[in-house]
Design a protein around this ligand. Sequence first.
Ligand code: FAD
Length: 420
Amino acid sequence: MKNYYEATANNHRNHSTLISSVKTDICVVGAGFTGLGCALELRLRGYNVVVLEAQNVGYGASGRSGGQIASGYSSGMIETSDIVGLSDSKKLWAFSERSKQILRNRIETYGISCDLQVGEYYAAPKERHLSWLKEEQAFCETHYNYDGYEWAGKTRMREVLAGDRYLGALYDREGGHLHPLNYTLGLADAFTKLGGRIYENSSVVNYTDEGIIHVNTTNGRVCAKTLVLAGNAYLSGVERFLQRRMIPAKSSQIATEPLGAERAKALMNTSACVADTNFDLDYFKMTSDTRLVYGGQDISFRRSSSNNSPIRKNMLKTFPMLTDVKIEFLWEGLVAANARRLPDVGRIGNNVYYAHGYSGQGVCLSAVVSEILAEAICGELEHFEVFNRIPHITFPANKLVQTPLYYTMMLWQRLKDALP
Ligand SMILES: Cc1cc2nc3c(=O)[nH]c(=O)nc-3n(C[C@H](O)[C@H](O)[C@H](O)COP(=O)(O)OP(=O)(O)OC[C@H]3O[C@@H](n4cnc5c(N)ncnc54)[C@H](O)[C@@H]3O)c2cc1C
């Protein structure tokens, strides 16, 4: 069954499978925001670029995400500053600002029709989260001169959302949301119109780097000078070094039947999206065809149906008045999570670059990361080094250790979320 975004995707072209051996300057693995963004930037700089995609464009997190655009980083800026120091945190903040600009420029320049909407509420379900949000706002205003945040108290939350789950929120005027698959398809279209090549259903099995890089797919091979690994949580066994640097975490979403304009407005009197401040967060938005799309981390082992999905239960916690509403779509995807909740951007040897681990905030951040990867490949390393020196924490690559570690951590976080 198609997910909501596949069911509402713009017309697009399919790409052939690689069944021969091709030569190129740069080979990119993964046709998501990062891979396609980087491929586009490199093509604009005159390189020959081939993108290899195991499934189809947007198959990974990019095409199935919540599409929410947020300022800053998943860890929050106070924590980011604790990790990298204030000086580098200012650079990271400037990147995230640039990212919003790149995203909007791409949509405008390439005429990508992806239902871009403005505004994001970062909403607190707990009293103690309110003070943390206020501290974040003050921190961003003081250290980064950010004036895009606006405080939304309880009264405003009651005007904007039905139900009384959220006690207040930080409203980000520069946040927003989009149709993530249509944005991804638009990037692919822009790249191929500039002469770039994409091969779909062309899974990379392994690669060798002996000066020239040979990238082997199930039925073909690409020889390139430079390789970009942008397979994110879906890359699995291709590069063991990366398996130690992030854990694939399941996030699921549901989309309701169309609610009709009146009911949709009574539920969410805003075109902005909402993400909450729990570690195990809920995120949601109303689509232009009046469906509520609601998502969250999903640590259940069993396959759920739309009716017994834990995400539906979460939705009813926020909007108890929706018990009668049919869930028409349920889908899941993998988020690349790491302990720092900051993007992991780096290089293996001299010619293999990678970026992953946005920890749930890659819709926006992937734009600047893709630009920074392209700069680095062209020899401009200043911005790349800022990401490269983030002190990431590694995990055991073995799934038998990684999976219980992740579940223990999530259960612990859930316990903390449950505290008043
Ligand atoms: C359900 C869900 C909701 C999310 N919601 C949000 C949100 O609202 N806001 C936000 O900022 N972030 C969100 N995220 C995270 C965000 O979607 C990601 O950070 C972002 O899409 C990462 O893009 P990417 O291009 O790096 O990776 P991906 O989009 O995952 O792309 C990787 C691609 O590489 C391909 N690939 C992997 N291995 C191989 C191989 N061996 N050979 C060839 N191809 C390969 C995959 O098939 C895939 O298409 C969400 C993620 C999920 C799963």
